[in-house]
Design a protein around this ligand. Structure first.
Ligand SMILES: Cc1ncc(COP(=O)(O)O)c(C=O)c1O
Length: 399
């Protein structure tokens, strides 16, 4: 079998681009989307066929861009669990957390990088570069090492220490940058040609979104080829948000799911909420970068995402909305869930939980809805306050 890809399509002009060579953005400078021969896929594979395959993201291989001759750059991307937190929703619906922290390098970024690095290697790339809030850099470093590629990572100087060290530990060249992810992206954009890099920035190449799409494919299969009523997703660059929506369209075209779609909720923080502001203002794009950025939730610290139009389109098409919570709410929620429910979310997962609880309380989302929220990374990758006390042997213990 070769791939079922027919072409790459400019997300704005719809202009076709060849899929048998390496691309970045479209000729119009916009993200490229991978298109498949869905009629041929429907004939080639059935839902039942999947049951005979390993429980990982590659089981959806017909809906992914690799060709049969391409070596998969895999680090064991096992299916991630759905954790039931329904009791907290205080209604009759379900509240499930899809825990993406179980993936290689501890975040959902593994899905996108596994596919993007597989394709980069297949097309003969030798040097990668990525601007990152941290997790994408860790995944690029690990998959880059797997593929034997030289990887350059640019990250804001306040990125969590464990992540910066992880990136370097995988052998990537890691640079701390004074500024936010847009400053890092600017460095990658302007130095790419001179350095001979393949730019892995969010949506600047077509394949990370295909890997992230597997979150949607996997979720549909886990729920018995049905979709929830509402999805909460922490939205920075929006790859997963856009990717899941694409996955649902492809699944419906295959006849594997019906027309029911979740309301897609883009969650940000009050200190950096460009998508929320654009949505509330009725805009179809983000006119100005968010300034000043005042949030310490790294994944959503994106002042103006490249895929702004695509994100806002998904929000509107799905009858969803965009919502922001404060950093204080995020941190309090994260710690409360860890203490009271044993579930350690990353800050980005915690903003989804906090937003969802607020929306249920405000009646924006009905109590009987089936809700899935994404915990996009392991809580262990983010700083935790030290709650330990010193103990001297033999001294009395208080509760
Ligand atoms: C933990 C975490 N959650 C969410 C995001 C935002 O992801 P996306 O680019 O798909 O919007 C990031 C991106 O850096 C992240 O690291």
């Amino acid at each position: 079998m070769d791939s079922f890809v027919t072409h790459l399509e400019c997300s704005e002009s719809r202009e076709r681009h060849d899929h048998d060579r390496l691309h970045g953005l479209s000729r119009a400078g916009k993200p490229l989307l991978v298109r498949y021969d869905l009629v041929a896929i429907a004939k080639a594979v059935s839902k039942d066929d999947l049951n005979r395959r390993a429980a990982d993201m590659w089981r959806y291989r017909e809906l992914l861009p690799m060709r049969s001759r391409d070596r998969l750059m895999s680090l064991g991307e096992a299916r991630t669990p759905l954790i039931d937190l329904s009791a907290d929703s205080a209604g009759h619906g379900y509240l499930l957390v899809k825990d993406e922290g179980r993936l290689p390098t501890g975040s959902f970024k593994a899905r996108g990088m596994a596919v993007a690095v597989t394709m980069a290697k297949a097309f003969g790339v030798v040097r990668l570069a990525v601007p990152t809030a941290g997790n994408a850099g860790a995944a690029a470093a690990a998959y880059g090492a797997r593929a034997g590629l030289d990887t350059f990572v640019f990250t804001p100087e306040d990125t969590s220490e464990v992540t910066v060290r992880e990136i370097g530990y995988h052998g990537a060249k890691v640079f701390r940058v004074h500024g936010l992810i847009n400053a890092c992206a600017q460095i990658v954009r302007t130095r790419t040609q001179e350095m001979g890099w393949h730019d892995l920035s969010t949506l600047a190449e077509p394949y990370r979104i295909e890997g992230k799409k597997t979150m949607g494919l996997e979720l549909a299969e886990q729920l018995g080829w049905a979709l929830p009523d509402v999805i909460y997703y922490p939205t920075g660059g929006g790859t997963g948000f856009i990717g899941m929506w694409k996955a649902f369209d492809e699944l419906e075209a295959l006849g594997w799911i019906g027309p029911h779609r979740p309301r897609m909720v883009a969650v940000q923080t009050t200190g950096c909420a460009p998508i929320v502001r654009a949505f509330d203002d009725g805009m179809d794009h983000v006119p100005e970068p968010w300034d000043p950025v005042e949030t310490d939730v790294p994944g959503v610290r994106v002042p103006k995402p490249l895929g702004d139009r695509l994100i806002l389109n998904v929000v509107r098409e799905s009858n969803g909305f965009a919502v922001a919570v404060s950093d204080e709410q995020a941190h309090a929620t994260r710690e409360r869930l860890a203490r009271e429910r044993g579930v350690h979310l990353c800050p980005e997962g915690a903003i989804c939980y906090a937003a969802c609880q607020a929306d249920i309380a405000a009646g924006r989302v009905a109590r009987d809805q089936h809700i899935v929220l994404f915990n996009t990374a392991s809580g262990l990758k983010s700083p935790m306050p030290d709650r330990s006390r010193q103990y001297e042997s033999g001294s009395p213990l208080t509760a």
